[in-house]
Structure formats: structure tokens, C-alpha cells
Design a protein around this ligand. Structure first.
Ligand SMILES: Nc1ncnc2c1ncn2[C@@H]1O[C@H](COP(=O)(O)OP(=O)(O)O)[C@@H](O)[C@H]1O
Ligand SMILES: [Mg+2]
Length: 420
């Protein structure tokens, strides 16, 4: 072989080698590209899978959250429905004394409004101090105050509440505030009072009627002998004694008769009574005494029908009006007495208020004036108001006294209206 033939062979071999390397490289590249594409496809499906799982989990979480919110809302709704449907008053205060809950019954009983929630209970309950004191006691002692009874004085009578205050504790049993629950016991207390008065009057009647009769017989005998003594046939100095014995037995006789009338068990003749007519009769009976002194007796308001004893009820009203006239006259004023009627539909009661322009009755004396024989008048028997109370209570009513506008006395009889 010639050298040029060798050279050609060598060159051909070199080119062949290069071509082989190139082909190998291209094949490798193609396979790498295929791998890359496959990997990319596999990675995509994994991502899709993870995303779907996440979305699913998120959806479930949302559902749960919605269910929880719905449950929380419904439990809150139930909670507020319970609180507002309670017929008992509910006041919840926190540690600082701020009112957190004030339900409608509490607002109604204490005459507060919803805007009072969020304020300090000591300020809000300034007109109901005895109630505030029980809450304060619970807050400071962290102990419950159970079944207390508190009385709140109101222009329209005394409100009796049964109160329980419990400390509000969290899970760690630390004090967070106080929960005060109370209900109106006025009707119950009034009923108890009526029963008590009826009871004590019945016992008084039994005990004393017999004694009073004996007393009256003795008096009649003394009186009879005194009549036999002729004052004219006696020396002058003894004549006055005879007259004094007669006068004193007369007056004792009146007291005993009054007392027997009072202590005798009430025999009611019940019939429907038009209270407007009854009031007019009572007004007419005392009007002369008032006008004679330059005063008057005014009737206003509305009156209903009662089941009652007309004679006794008229007598009760006359006693009240006459006391008003006498009180004003004693104070040197022309008597002005107002009889005002109000039909209390929700309580099915008639309220008759007799107010005068006399000096009024000092607060400390107001309970005593209804007791038999309590009098501040030289000619008084002290039985007028005792009889009023007896008549009213035997009609299942009650009578209270307070200060009238202008400082006089105001007596209110509350009587049940006819149920028919
Ligand atoms: N309207 C009134 N204003 C002031 N005081 C009154 C009034 N009504 C009654 N009182 C007081 O109550 C007492 C008892 O009254 P009452 O039972 O009617 O007996 P009496 O009129 O015989 O004294 C009276 O003595 C008086 O002190
Ligand atoms: Mg009197």
C-alpha cells in the first residue's frame, strides 16, 4: 500500500470514530430527554394529587367550621331565649360590678331599661338598695346568698322580692362575678298578710267579745244606778260627781259598742257592687263636713264592679274620707279630699285612693294607724282604720298608706274586681 492509501484509511477510521461518538451522544441526549419528560409527567400527577387532598381537607374544615358556627349561634340563641323567657328577674354582674345581663323580667320588676346593662349595678340599682346590697355581699364574700327576701318601697306600694345571688365561677373556680335571680313575692306576701290579719282579728273577736259583753252588762248596771241618783236631790259638791259618772259610763258604753262592732266576725252580704255609686254615696255622706269648712271632696278616675258588701265597703270609704277631712281641719286648713279610682286590668283589681291636704302621717306611725285603739285624737276611738282594714281584708283586698302630693296622707284600698 502506498502512503497515501494509508493516510486515507486512517482518515476514514477517524471519521468513522467521530461519527460513532456523535451517534452515541445523540442517543444519550434523546434518552435523557425522554426521562425528563417522563419525570415531568409523573411530578404533575403527584402535584395534582396533593392539591386535591389539600382542597378536600380545606373543604372539610370549612364544613366543620360552618357546623360549629351554626351550633354556637343556635346555642347562643337558646341561651338568650331562656334568659328573656324567664319570669324571674336575672341580673349578671362581673367582678367590677358592671351589669353583663339584664333580662326583660328584671327590667320590668325594677323599672329599668335595657340601656342600663353595661353600667355599674350600684348606680343602676340605686333605687333598689337592699337588692344591690345582697349582690355586693355575694361579690365580696364569693358565697351564695340564698332565698333572701328584700322589700323595695315604691310609690305604688311595697315590692317584696325573693332573691338568690350565686357567685359566678370559671373552670378554675375563680370568681368572675355574680348571678342574681329574683322573683316578685308581693302577691304571696300580701296573701300571707291578709291571712295573718284575718287570723288575728278572728282570735281578737273570740277572746274579747265575751269580755266586752260582761263589761257592757256591768256598765249598764252602773249607768242604771247613776240614773236613779237625782243630782238635784244631792248636795252641790256631789251633783258633779253623779254627772261625771253618767258621762263616763256613756262614753265607755260607746267605746264598748264600737269595739263589739269591730270585733264581731265580719258577716259579708256579697253582691255585685257598682263602685262608682258606692263612692258617690260615701262622698255625699261626708261632703257637708268638708263644705262647712270651705273645702270639698272631689271624685275622679274610673271605677268598676266588685263582688262585695256594699254597706261595709261604703263604711270603709266614709271612714277614710272623714279621717282626711278631720286631719285637714285639725291642721287649720279647708279640707280638700280627692277620691281617685283606677281599674288595674292586669291584676283584675280596683284601686281607690283617698288623698287629703292634712299634715300627713309620719312614716314611723304608718303601720300603727291600722291597729285597734291607736288614736292621736282626744275624741278618737282608734277603731276607724282598724275597721277599714278589717273590711278590706275580708274582701280579699289590702289597704296601704303613703304620702300624698303636697304632704297629706293618701290611703289606697286595692280590691279584687268581679271575675264574671
Ligand atoms: N288622713 C289622715 N291624716 C293624718 N292622720 C291620720 C289620717 N287618718 C288617720 N290618721 C291617724 O290615725 C289615727 C287612727 O285613725 P282612726 O283609726 O280613724 O281612729 P280615730 O279617727 O278615732 O283616731 C288617727 O288618730 C290619726 O292620728
Ligand atoms: Mg277616724
Amino acid at each position: 500500500m502506498t502512503p497515501s492509501a494509508y493516510a486515507l484509511l486512517g482518515l476514514t477510521a477517524l471519521v468513522a470514530g467521530l461519527v460513532a461518538v456523535l451517534v452515541f451522544a445523540v442517543l444519550r441526549f434523546a434518552s435523557a430527554a425522554r426521562d425528563l419528560r417522563r419525570h415531568a409527567r409523573e411530578g404533575d400527577s403527584e402535584r395534582v394529587f396533593v392539591t386535591a387532598a389539600l382542597e378536600d381537607a380545606l373543604r372539610k374544615l370549612h364544613d366543620q367550621e360552618r357546623a360549629l358556627t351554626a351550633r354556637a349561634e343556635s346555642s347562643e340563641r337558646l341561651n338568650s331565649e331562656i334568659v328573656s323567657s324567664l319570669t324571674s328577674g336575672l341580673v349578671v354582674v362581673d367582678l367590677k360590678g358592671t351589669i353583663r345581663t339584664l333580662n326583660p323580667a328584671a327590667s320590668r320588676l325594677l323599672k329599668l331599661n335595657r340601656a342600663d346593662a353595661g353600667h355599674d349595678f350600684r348606680t343602676v340599682l340605686s333605687g333598689a338598695t337592699p337588692l344591690a346590697e345582697v349582690i355586693e355581699e355575694c361579690l365580696s364574700s364569693a358565697r351564695p346568698a340564698v332565698r333572701r327576701s328584700v322589700s323595695l318601697r315604691r310609690p305604688d306600694g311595697t315590692l317584696h322580692l325573693g332573691v338568690t345571688v350565686s357567685p359566678l365561677l370559671d373552670q378554675a373556680r375563680t370568681l368572675q362575678g355574680a348571678v342574681c335571680l329574683f322573683s316578685d313575692l308581693t302577691a304571696v306576701m300580701d296573701l300571707e298578710e291578709q291571712v295573718r290579719i284575718k287570723d288575728s282579728l278572728a282570735r281578737l273577736g273570740e277572746l274579747t267579745a265575751g269580755l266586752a259583753h260582761e263589761f257592757r252588762n256591768g256598765l249598764a248596771t252602773i249607768h242604771g244606778y247613776a240614773r236613779l241618783l237625782d243630782p238635784a236631790g244631792n248636795p252641790d259638791d256631789q251633783r258633779t260627781y253623779v254627772e261625771a259618772i253618767r258621762a263616763e259610763t256613756d262614753s265607755l258604753e260607746r267605746v264598748v259598742t264600737n269595739f263589739l262592732n269591730f270585733a264581731r266576725p265580719a258577716q259579708l252580704t256579697l253582691a255585685p257592687v257598682q263602685s262608682a255609686q258606692l263612692v258617690e254615696r260615701a262622698r255625699a255622706e261626708v261632703a257637708g263636713e268638708a263644705t262647712a269648712r270651705g273645702g270639698d271632696i272631689t271624685v275622679r278616675g274610673e271605677f268598676g264592679t266588685l263582688d262585695g258588701d256594699e254597706v261595709l265597703l261604703t263604711q270603709a270609704l266614709v271612714n277614710l274620707v272623714r279621717n282626711g277631712v278631720e286631719a285637714a281641719i285639725e291642721a287649720g286648713r279647708p279640707p280638700r279630699v280627692t277620691i281617685e279610682g283606677r281599674v288595674d286590668v292586669p291584676n283584675r283589681a280596683l284601686r281607690v285612693r283617698v288623698a287629703d291636704n292634712g299634715p300627713g302621717i309620719p312614716e314611723a306611725m304608718r303601720d300603727k294607724v291600722f291597729q285597734p285603739f291607736f288614736t292621736t285624737r282626744s275624741q278618737g276611738t282608734g277603731l276607724g282604720l282598724a275597721l277599714v282594714r278589717k273590711i278590706v281584708v275580708s274582701h280579699n283586698g289590702r289597704v296601704v298608706v303613703e304620702e300624698a302630693e303636697g304632704g297629706g296622707a293618701a290611703f289606697t284600698m286595692v280590691l279584687p274586681l268581679t271575675t264574671a
